[in-house]
Design a protein around this ligand. Sequence first.
Ligand code: 7RM
Length: 642
Amino acid sequence: MSRESRIFKPSAEFKNQANLGSYATYRRLYLESVNAPDRFWGKQAKQFLAWRKPFSSVLKWKAPHAKWFTGGQLNVSENCLDRHLQTARANKAAIIFEGEPGDTRTITYAQLQREVCQFANVLESLGLRKGDRAAIYLPMVPEAAVAMLACARVGVIHTVIFGGFSAEAIKDRVNDCQAKLVITADGGWRRGKVVELKTNVDRALPHTPTVQHVVVLKRTGNAVVMTERRDRWWHDLMASAPITHKAKAHDSETPLFILYTSGSTGKPKGVLHTSAGYLLGTTMTSHYVFDLKDTDVYWCTADIGWITGHSYVVYGPLSCGATVLMYEGAPNQPEPDRFWSIIDKHGVTIFYTAPTAIRAFMRWGDDYVKKHSLASLRLLGSVGEPINPEAWMWYHTLIGKKRCPIVDTWWQTETGAIMVTPLPGAIPTTPGSCTLPFFGVVPKVLDEKGVEVPVNSGGKLFLTQPWPSMLRTLWNDDDRFKKQYWSEIPGLYFCGDGARKDKNGYLWVVGRIDDVLNVSGHRIGTAEVESALVSHPSVAEAAVVGRPDDLKGQALVVFVTLKSGMVASDALKEQLRAHVGKEIGSLAKPDDVRFAAGLPKTRSGKIMRRLLKELATSGDIKGDTTTLEDFSIITALKADEE
Ligand code: 7RM
């Protein structure tokens, strides 16, 4: 990666039509944003958002707690919907939906606003009030956006739970935030099969005392059990709900959503985002990074269960009044060219996906791409993990036909919006680098002592100034918030990634340096998988490490020791994989399960994952073993390897 030197400049054609088309303009705005942040953000907030009541201060910062735009009031759902109804956008498509079976629906801004109003009335009729929590566990269908925006309208805090998560994961999240309501569906389509969402909810709910109601959307038509009084059909409730709903004005810092994400302990962190700052960050980045125009058909392939789905399927693009394409299913259903056929069918102009998907397409072969024209595309994006130059070049050549700029966007659940990225009409790109910071973002690569490392040296990536869409805290755990992000170097935000800067100041993010793995762009905590494994009756101890994987970025390798009397077998391996699937979700199923007589530990009893990682990666252990308590364990592990 360090030897990559190819540079791709934005074309004159792209620059001429770009929302921001010159490096000089980027530079001027960037300098203003970091040198006079109050003035900069004050101006942007007035320009990009519709306020009910103007704010009186831009930022109140008492590290690590930020309050943005205090005194101001707005309604996020009104910003994403109502404000477009007074313009020519009223009857333009807000969402173009394609289900996996091939069914399509186009929903205009006026129609979407009406559905959101109806569902806001439903929420209120079920007794939900501002500040209450509702869990959303839905497939990628327009109703997911409707549910989110209706919560925002009322001031109900939503927590979206990815449809691939298990009943166990639902239970933990619902209990952590004490949700009163779960919004789900009879199922969703994935690879031609029904994902039984309602059944998973039913398994979780005996253990979630706070839940009073379940709203069930009919999507697949498969049979589900409806528990009387508790469970209500979406369509029944909507049928009797009024089609208007007066949006209340909410203070800028009103909590908007909690999104659970993996950290270095077994317990997911409830990242809290609030209203005005989050909306400003997602709106501005949608405008500048995706260069959105009213004529675009914009497609971000992320599921709404992830932050990318929140920020760049729902809030950012809708706030910009864009047409958003939403696809329910898998990229290879019925054939590995589904994405390309969708792009041609709907005239997609902007396409935003993950490197792991790009690598899968490469593997499936160029012929699937070449069957389609892709002439409508004008801009490509990448997110979720570092993109290897080979995948970048393939994306550039095969998908972008060397015509479309690629924006490699670095950001996190915690940052709410894109932090480091090229602006497509202004910043030359180089394969594998996410390039330069967005407005207001000050990334620094520091060593252990907090000193900036020299050009091209690796270090830890920090953000040194507060930004509007930053997380405000971790739900119910402000101590963990302080410790996790703000204690590495007091007062600076530590993101958990390692990075380096090249001689042009371009940033190269290497990946996580904490106990978080990135498997196919999904964040998975090693501790979460370990605690799932040790909850299995035959497991004594478990250690989980990542091994580089061509397709997934990282693969999950687990080392387990068994309780006495338990016998290692292939059947048990399968059982353990299934067990992790049940405890967390299929995405966390180990790729490789290895039984060991013992795990390498330090004298104080800490598992030395570093050695296991080396073994899983290279098949050998050559690293420093001086702190190892019992060397015979290494000998045994190596013997197993042969
Ligand atoms: C948006 C998202 C965050 C972690 C982050 C990184 C990695 C994301 C890039 C990237 C290199 C990128 N949120 N990451 N984007 N690494 N280049 N463009 O993915 O909270 O789920 O994950 O993902 O390690 O810390 S996330």
